[in-house]
Design a binder for this molecule. Sequence first.
Ligand code: R5P
Length: 274
Amino acid sequence: MDWGMKNRLSRIIRPDDGRCLMLAVDHGYFLGPTERLEVPRKTIAPLLPYADSLMLTRGVLRTSVPAESHIPIVLRVSGGTSIIGEDLSKETVTTSVEDAIKLNASCLALSIFVGSKYEHQTLANLSKLVDEGEKYGIPVLAVTAVGKEMARDARYLGLSCRIAAELGAHIVKTYYCDNFEEVAEGCPVPLIIAGGKKLPEAEALKLSYDSVHHGAVGVDMGRNIWQSDWPVAMIKAVSAIVHRDVDTKEGYGIFLKEKEKDRSGQKSSQKVVQ
Ligand code: R5P
């Protein structure tokens, strides 16, 4: 592996513990102004200090993240569909590698839809992107997107993850499932777990714990952080689970403690304003 590729990967997966906390804020690329991500700049700013990297599109990067920021960027470069459109799987590559380089991306992210109508197109997209990334030393994160009608089980996710790795993805993002160890065993590159729909905080922390203890190197989490009423407390708790190996109970304790701190901070700033 060349120096640039290694260097960029080390900005995504921390070399000190081999783990990663990626903050996902790319949802608008097909969902539009997602709840609590309506004004991306406001959602992102308080969370930036606690994330290892940020996953987003070039539009949100340019408009909503200060260029002076040191946060490593995982640039989503696939899209071209919408939640109300014909078929979500009909994605294309939406951003050139040249533009990604101008934006100083540390990693490129693209979705594949195994088992969908446009499976071939999305797998071909991935292969071409890996070729481009290899030319410039930029790793590719394959996102194993799951259609509504597809089961999120170890067999299906294992198939999708393995295909992504075989086509050259450097990191694969998938979902947690029963028997996740089987998915991890069959995937020779690092796996990270998407948070999925908003869960109660304790459940999302358990998901984070289970993921890193059953074969994932970390999480790529969005809604379970910024749709929480206490997003900073939540990201701090997820970080403790991912990087400090605390268990779910201790992680939830951290969440409650940080939530209290935030609540008292909010009350005292309200008093000052009054
Ligand atoms: C889908 O829109 C994106 O790839 C998200 O980055 C991914 O699903 C992770 O976000 P969440 O934790 O909200 O599922």
